[in-house]
Design a protein around this ligand. Sequence first.
Ligand code: FAD
Length: 398
Amino acid sequence: MIPRVPLLPTAFLEPRHEEIVAFARSELAVPLTQLDDAFAAGRLDEDGAARAAVKALAGTRLLHEAVLGEARSLCVARREVAWISGFADCLLALQGLGSCPIRLAGTDAQKRRWLEPAAFGAAIPAFALTEPEAGSDARQLKTLARRDGDAYVLDGAKTLITNAGIADYYCLFARMAEDGRHVAFVIEAGTPGLVVARRLAAMAPHPIGDLELKGCRVPAEQRLGVEGGGLDLALATLDRFRASVGAAALGLALRALGEGRAHLRRRRQFGKALADFQLLKAQLAEGFVALELAHLAVLRAAWLTDRAAAPAHGAGHAADRAAAAAASSLAKLEATEAAQGIIDRAVQFHGGRGVVKGSVVERLYREVRALRIYEGTSEIQKLILARELLQGSLAGEG
Ligand SMILES: Cc1cc2nc3c(=O)[nH]c(=O)nc-3n(C[C@H](O)[C@H](O)[C@H](O)COP(=O)(O)OP(=O)(O)OC[C@H]3O[C@@H](n4cnc5c(N)ncnc54)[C@H](O)[C@@H]3O)c2cc1C
């Protein structure tokens, strides 16, 4: 493996976060790389590889922290796993994202039944919000839930749902048929009326597909939170994970920077190493600067999220939560856009070899693309930040 480009130290991380880094590097790099290789060689299909990735993460502190721990632990875990394998990062992220609505709004019984197994890798969750007619505008959900005695009956469709088909349960968002209020449920795979309508093939491997709900009867005790609380719950979940998408992008970009640096040192043209050309040196330095700045933005967002949640700081203080949310939007936007540029440049450093399948930078180029789209596109992050600026509500302003 090509040596890593080291990141400069920051004040945001503590020894417990460094332990996660050390564990990922020493214990996960080999098994997750072997898994990617087995998948690439066709010895595992996508579902098999996805389950194997969760199995490789099962029981690790890294997975437990990503599901139940702090935002900084989640970000560090995603950065490190994405450096090794973008595919494994998707699975790690979804263990957290798919179970987070239960963490935030579940009853003790729901937590015992669904959240804890996700934290130990014994269950695979999914987060089912997006619909054919409701993407960026999640308010417009068309999936309807009708109360019927001690249950709800759901009808509708979901699209682009990660883990569709391999999930053991879905945290799914709908609206009340009676009055349009948003509501959330946890629904077990195999529940009659819930079907995986189709699997989708993404440009980089990613277990993803569409769901259909036809007269799907869900016991009332599987509702998450209150009727009318579904949208807030979905948005709170996304707020919590947004900075970690930036962290994953940084993991991919850091890998690309290392690959690019190694190639510049190794490859000779015009009688000297590529690393001796000023133009390419400048591009390498620019990539490093962009990565470092985005890294600071991600860790600051995670630190603010942890601070807003800390009891000592008066957990739930509205101004702290707002600052954390704005910083998370900024971090996701900055890190995913920067990572795309850094990886593109690493492909360019490699010349023609950079676009040949099987090269690391070619894989990274495909893997990074979706991160600018899911969990709120770059445009939506800009709209969020512009709204905060125009309302004068950034960090308690106004
Ligand atoms: C790999 C992958 C995994 C995913 N996993 C999940 C999952 O597990 N669960 C889930 O629920 N969803 C998932 N999604 C869906 C994802 O969240 C949506 O794709 C995303 O929210 C954008 O919605 P959309 O695709 O409908 O695009 P649209 O909302 O139709 O947007 C299309 C384009 O228009 C732009 N746009 C939209 N509105 C505005 C506006 N007001 N101003 C300016 N520009 C605008 C967008 O930025 C985008 O560029 C996943 C997507 C991908 C690619």
